[in-house]
Design a protein around this ligand. Structure first.
Ligand code: NAD
Length: 486
């Protein structure tokens, strides 16, 4: 029986439309290589149409005239639509990205929570009455920026789409979303649901297509007033340059090589469990992955014995199976790139404790799987200690003192996330303040909390997502002084 392949169009000015060129791309399930959908392949001309529609809507449409309460109700309705379609969206995400269904379900809930959070924030986010020295009244207003260009990576498509769309809309902007070409399905589906929820046409547009073909036209378009990009540091750097010509606002969420620091006084079993899942969630294709494990020397051997044992027990398999813990990587090309780092580690003299193999199980042969790997005896100068591998590979380094731990953690071009494990509150605070990173968890492997700002320092990016802080990145402050002197 021929499987039904769903066809997805661009979402442009409230309509589902084919690309101007008529071209379509096929979307594959990386876990088995099967084609699951066809998607309109947009080009620069479609970006132009979408940006013009978003700009027209921003200037003329009803969106800006909506009261804060009306906008809040709409965002809340979108969150409910996502919840009502949660299982459909989770399965779509799993089939498109190859991630375990349990992870996809959590991510869909986070996407819904995100709309709910910003729906609640809208009518609590106003300007101020500033106590100016001059005779008069100082008022500040928070105004939308205009058209925001949102560029999404392939690793967390629905979550990252929603954590950009929701705050941008909350502040009254209109948006054009460009998902990664491999993983456009859930962003398109969320946009369809938002239209059903009653969002006016032209407020939320989605253009799919390869970044190298339409990215430049998008970032350089003069009507785009802000770019929020999540992706690799390499592409992010070019985005920043291209956005600089007309001084666009830019937020960049880029790569990472986050440290997981475990002191000898930590609760070892909890730290081991977290070291597994904060490195292997989404098969390690996570900008926040704790891919550098820094162990205090006195606990290293015990820790590594336990960690290796748990890595070997991780259930690698079909992402749609309920008990699968590690799914497929995004593609064979990416899997082979990650695998090449296993060879780099071995050639650099690190010790491979487990994994790094392509599973030979026939059921997995058409997917892009890799067994999770641990390298010990890693030194800071090695490539596997410095470069973002973006797969299920952990590099273990050893330290003696608290100062050594901080120096090792900071010996990185990146600074996105990280964890530290200790029962000493003084040490926890000292180290947390000294590690150069945007996000840090003490005795936890969790990086993302909707309620707190998220983002990186150094090559991990600029600006923040989430929390109330992101609202500053999607609005302009306007100061109005009213002279009251007679
Ligand atoms: P990528 O940089 O290859 O692509 C990201 C997005 O940019 C895609 O939509 C792509 O089509 C688009 N793009 C490509 N070329 C472009 C151009 N010239 N102009 C404009 N857009 C262009 O990244 P990826 O491979 O999709 O994602 C993996 C990377 O993303 C990793 O480095 C990871 O660490 C990073 N990431 C960071 C965060 C974070 O919050 N810091 C979150 C997730 C992923």
């Amino acid at each position: 029986m021929k499987e039904h392949i769903k066809k997805y169009d661009l979402i442009l000015d409230g309509k589902r439309l084919p690309s101007t060129s008529g071209k379509e791309a096929t979307i594959q399930n990386p876990a088995n290589g099967k084609v699951i959908a066809t998607v309109a392949e947009g080009g620069p001309e479609d970006i132009k149409l979408a940006v013009e529609a978003a700009d027209r809507t921003f200037r003329q449409g009803p969106w800006r005239r909506f009261s804060s309460r009306e906008r809040s109700r709409l965002l809340f309705r979108i969150s409910m639509m996502i919840r009502d379609h949660a299982e459909e969206l989770a399965r779509l995400e799993t089939q498109n990205v190859g991630k375990p269904i349990r992870e996809a379900r959590d991510e869909v809930q986070l996407a819904a929570d995100c709309f709910q959070f910003y729906a609640g924030a809208i009518d609590k986010t106003g300007g101020q009455n500033a106590p100016v020295a001059a005779p008069g009244v100082g008022l500040t207003f928070r105004e939308p920026i205009g058209v925001c260009g949102l560029i999404i990576p392939w690793n967390f498509p629905i979550t990252i789409s929603c954590w950009k769309i929701a705050p941008a809309l909350a502040m009254g902007n209109t948006v054009v979303v460009k998902p990664a070409s491999q993983t456009p399905l859930t962003a398109l589906r969320v946009a369809e649901l938002a239209l059903e929820a009653g969002i006016p046409p032209g407020v939320l547009n989605v253009v799919t297509g390869p970044g190298n073909l339409l990215g430049e036209a998008f970032v350089r378009h003069p009507l785009v007033r802000k770019i929020s990009f999540t992706g690799s540091t390499e592409v992010g750097r070019n985005v920043m340059k291209a956005a600089s010509d007309d001084i666009k606002r830019v937020t960049l969420e880029l790569g990472g090589k986050s440290a997981n620091i475990v002191f000898a006084d930590a609760e070892i079993d909890k730290a081991v469990h977290s070291a597994v899942w904060s490195a292997l969630g989404n098969a390690g294709q996570d900008c926040c992955a704790r891919s550098r494990l820094l162990l205090q020397r006195s606990i290293r051997d015990e820790f590594l014995t336990k960690l290796t044992d748990q890595f070997k027990k991780v259930r690698v398999g079909d992402p749609l199976e309920e008990n699968t813990e590690l799914g497929s990587l995004i593609s064979k090309t990416h899997r082979d790139r990650v695998r090449s780092y296993v060879e780099v580690g071995v050639s650099e003299g690190a010790r491979l404790l487990c994994g790094g193999d392509i599973p030979t199980d026939a059921a997995l042969s058409s997917g892009s799987y890799l067994s999770p790997a641990i390298f010990s005896e890693v030194t800071p100068a090695m490539r596997i200690a410095q470069e973002e591998i973006f797969g299920p590979v952990v590099s273990v380094l050893t330290f003696e003192t608290e100062e050594d731990a901080v120096a090792l953690a900071n010996n990185s071009l990146y600074g996105l996330s990280g964890s530290l494990w200790t029962r000493d509150i003084g040490r926890a605070l000292r180290v947390a303040k000294s590690v150069e990173t945007g996000v840090l968890s003490v005795n936890s492997g969790q990086s993302v909390h909707l309620e707190m700002p998220f983002g990186g320092v150094k090559l991990s990016g600029v600006g923040r997502e989430l929390g109330l802080a992101v609202l500053d990145h999607y609005s302009e402050w306007k100061s109005v002084f009213i002279n009251t002197q007679e």
